[in-house]
Design a protein around this ligand. Structure first.
Ligand code: GLU
Length: 547
C-alpha cells in the first residue's frame, strides 16, 4: 500500500524590498495550507539578483513573517530559529553550482539547445511579429542548427543562450484556484533557460560559458529538488507556469499542483501600491497594528469561511478550516477600514500590559518631551503628594508598591483606557491623547473650527471669566472645581451650552470636543503631580488665554 506523501510548500521571496501585503498573504496561505494538511512549509530566499538583493531585506522579511506568526520548518538559519532542513541550501545564491549540471544534462539529452541568435536578430523577429500582429515568441531558428554549425560557433567564441526545446504543446496545468489552465501552442516559444553572457544579464550565477540561469529555470529545479508538491504564489506568475511545466516534463519530474492567488487591488481597483497607503508589513507594524489583526485581515483577502459570515479568526482557528478550494480567483480589494475594524477588535481583546508596551514605544517616539515614563527618577514634590492623596480613590504613598514608577504606570494605564478605544492603530495615540498631554496654544487657535468658535464675543467672555477663576484658585483643580466654574460663568454671563463649553474645552484641551472633563482633568493633574512634564490645568488655561 502506498501512502500519499505529506504536502511540501514553499514561500520563495526575493529580498529586493520590504515584504508587502501581497507576498505576506502568499506566505500565509502557504503556511495555512501546510499546517492544515500536516505538511511542511519551506522558506527559500531567491537572492540571485545580486544587484537588488540585500541582506537587510532578508532579515527584515524573516522578522516580519515571524511577527505575523508564520514559522517555517525548513529554511535558512536565522536568529536561533530552525535552520537548514535536509533539502538545503535554502538561499538560491548558495545553489548556483547546481544549475549548470542540469543544463549539461538537458543539452546532452537534446532537450535543450544553444541559441546563438544575437539581440538584433531577436529584435528583428519581434518587430516582424508586431507588424504582422502575431504573438512574440521565438521562432526556434537555432533548434535545427547542425552539429558542425554549433561547433563552429563555439570555436568562434560566439555567445549563446540555452533554450528549452518544447515538444508537447499546448501546455496545460491544473490550478487549485482556477481549475485547468491552458496556453495555446503559439503563445509559448522555446524559453531561455540560461541567458547569454552578453546582452545585459542582471544576475550573477554564471554557467561555464558565462550564461545566467533564469528565474523560470532555477525555480523549477529548486522546487523539484526540494520535493515541493504544491506551488502557491501570486497570479503574476501564471504566464511563467507553462514554461516551468515544460521544464518538469523535460526532466521527467512530477509536475506539482499550482495555486495562483489573485492580485490585490486598492479601493480604486488599481493595483495596490504605496499611493493607497501603507503596503509593507513593517510599516503596518510601526503604525501600531497588532499582528493578529493583520494576519486575520490577510487571510480574508481572497478566502472566506464556509458560513460566509465569520470574519474574526486567530491563526490557530484558521488552520483547521482553511482550504485552497475556498480561495477566489477574483481580485481582492484591500479595505483599510476593515483592517482598522479588526485592529480595534484585537486591541480590545489584547492584554492591557502588552498594549501598554506597544503604546509606550509610540509615545516615546512622538512625545519624547514626556515619555519615557519609567526610567525617570524625579522625586515626589510636596504638591505631588498632596494631589495624589486628594484623588478619588486617594493614592497613599505608604503602600510599598507605590513607587513613583508604579504610579506612573497606573497613570499610563488610565490614559490608555481612555484613548486606546478611540484609535484605529496605536501610532494615533499621541495625537489623540493631546488633550491630556498638552497642545500648542497657537496651533489650537489657528484650527479653523476652533477659530470660528473663539471669534464669537461670548467665547471671549467665557475665557475671560475662566482665566479670572483659574488665577485665584490655589492647589490642583478637580472636576468638581471645573464644574463649579462653569456654573458660575453661566450665572455671571448668561452664556450656556455649546457657547460656554466649547471655548472652555478648547482652552483646556486644544479641541472643542473630546472625552469628558471628569476623565481628562484628573489625568492632567495626576500627570503633573507625577512630574511627567505635563502642564497642569491652571497653567495651561492661563497660557491659552494669554496667547
Ligand atoms: N522570487 C519569486 C517572487 O518573489 C518567487 C516566485 C515563485 O513563487 O515562484 O516573485
Amino acid at each position: 500500500m502506498t501512502t500519499t506523501p505529506k504536502p511540501r510548500v514553499r514561500f520563495a521571496p526575493s529580498p529586493t524590498g520590504l515584504l508587502h501585503v501581497g507576498n505576506a498573504r502568499t506566505a500565509l496561505y502557504n503556511w495555512l495550507f501546510a499546517r492544515h494538511t500536516g505538511g511542511q512549509f519551506i522558506l527559500r530566499i531567491e537572492d540571485t539578483d545580486l544587484e537588488r538583493s540585500q541582506a537587510s531585506y532578508e532579515t527584515q522579511l524573516m522578522e516580519d513573517l515571524h511577527w505575523l506568526g508564520i514559522n517555517w520548518d525548513e529554511g535558512p538559519s536565522w536568529d536561533g530559529l530552525p535552520g537548514e532542513g535536509d533539502h538545503g541550501p535554502y538561499r538560491q545564491s548558495e545553489r548556483l553550482a547546481l544549475y549548470a549540471e542540469y543544463t549539461e544534462r538537458l543539452l546532452a539529452e537534446g532537450k535543450a539547445y544553444r541559441c546563438f541568435c544575437t539581440q538584433e536578430e531577436l529584435e528583428a523577429e519581434r518587430t516582424h511579429a508586431t507588424q504582422h500582429h502575431g504573438p512574440h515568441v521565438y521562432s526556434g531558428r537555432c533548434r535545427s542548427l547542425s552539429q558542425d554549425a554549433i561547433e563552429q560557433n563555439l570555436a568562434a567564441g560566439k555567445p549563446y543562450a540555452v533554450r528549452l526545446k518544447i515538444e508537447d504543446r499546448p501546455l496545460r496545468f491544473h490550478d487549485m484556484v482556477r481549475g485547468s489552465v491552458e496556453f495555446a501552442a503559439e503563445t509559448v516559444g522555446d524559453p531561455v533557460l540560461v541567458r547569454s553572457a552578453i546582452g545585459g544579464a542582471a544576475g550573477l550565477s554564471k554557467n561555464e560559458a558565462g550564461g545566467v540561469p533564469v528565474y523560470n529555470y532555477v525555480v523549477t529545479i529548486d522546487d523539484a529538488l526540494m520535493d515541493i508538491t504544491h506551488v502557491i504564489r501570486g497570479d503574476d506568475h501564471i504566464s511563467n507556469t507553462p514554461k516551468q511545466v515544460a521544464i518538469y516534463h523535460a526532466f521527467g519530474w512530477p509536475v506539482p499542483e499550482f495555486a495562483h492567488l489573485s492580485t490585490i487591488l486598492g479601493p480604486d481597483r488599481e493595483r495596490l501600491s504605496k499611493r493607497h497607503g501603507a503596503t509593507s508589513i513593517s510599516t503596518f507594524r510601526q503604525m501600531g497594528y497588532l499582528p493578529e489583526a493583520l494576519a486575520n485581515y490577510l487571510a480574508l483577502l481572497g478566502w472566506g469561511a464556509e458560513d460566509g459570515k465569520t470574519e474574526t479568526f486567530t491563526l490557530a482557528e484558521l488552520v483547521p478550516i482553511f482550504s485552497l478550494e475556498r480561495v477566489t480567483p477574483s481580485p481582492a480589494i484591500f479595505d483599510f477600514d476593515k483592517l482598522n475594524w479588526l485592529n480595534r477588535y484585537y486591541l480590545k481583546l489584547a492584554d492591557p500590559e502588552r498594549v501598554a508596551k506597544l503604546a509606550e514605544r509610540q509615545f516615546c517616539q512622538h512625545r519624547p518631551d514626556i515619555f519615557p515614563l519609567w526610567s525617570s527618577s524625579e522625586l515626589y514634590t510636596a504638591e505631588a503628594l498632596a494631589v495624589l492623596a486628594s484623588q478619588d480613590p486617594p493614592i497613599h504613598l505608604n503602600r510599598p508598591s507605590n513607587t513613583l514608577i508604579a504610579l506612573r504606570k497606573e497613570w499610563f494605564a488610565r490614559l490608555l483606557a481612555l484613548f486606546v478605544p478611540a484609535v484605529d492603530h496605536l501610532d494615533q495615540l499621541p495625537a489623540k491623547a493631546a488633550p491630556v498631554l498638552g497642545f500648542n496654544p497657537e496651533s489650537a487657535r489657528r484650527d479653523p473650527e476652533n477659530a470660528a468658535i473663539l471669534a464669537a464675543d461670548s467665547a471671549r467672555s467665557v475665557l475671560g471669566e475662566l482665566a479670572g477663576r483659574v488665577r485665584t484658585h490655589s492647589g490642583f483643580v478637580t472636576p468638581d472645581d471645573f464644574k463649579e466654574w462653569m456654573k458660575e460663568i453661566q450665572a455671571a454671563t448668561g452664556i450656556k451650552g455649546k457657547e460656554l463649553y466649547h471655548p472652555a474645552r478648547i482652552a483646556l484641551t486644544g479641541a472643542h470636543s473630546g472625552p469628558d472633563f471628569d476623565k481628562i482633568i484628573p489625568l492632567i493633574e495626576q500627570g503633573t503631580a507625577l512630574a511627567l512634564g505635563i502642564t497642569g490645568v491652571r497653567e495651561r488655561i492661563e497660557q491659552f488665554v494669554g496667547v
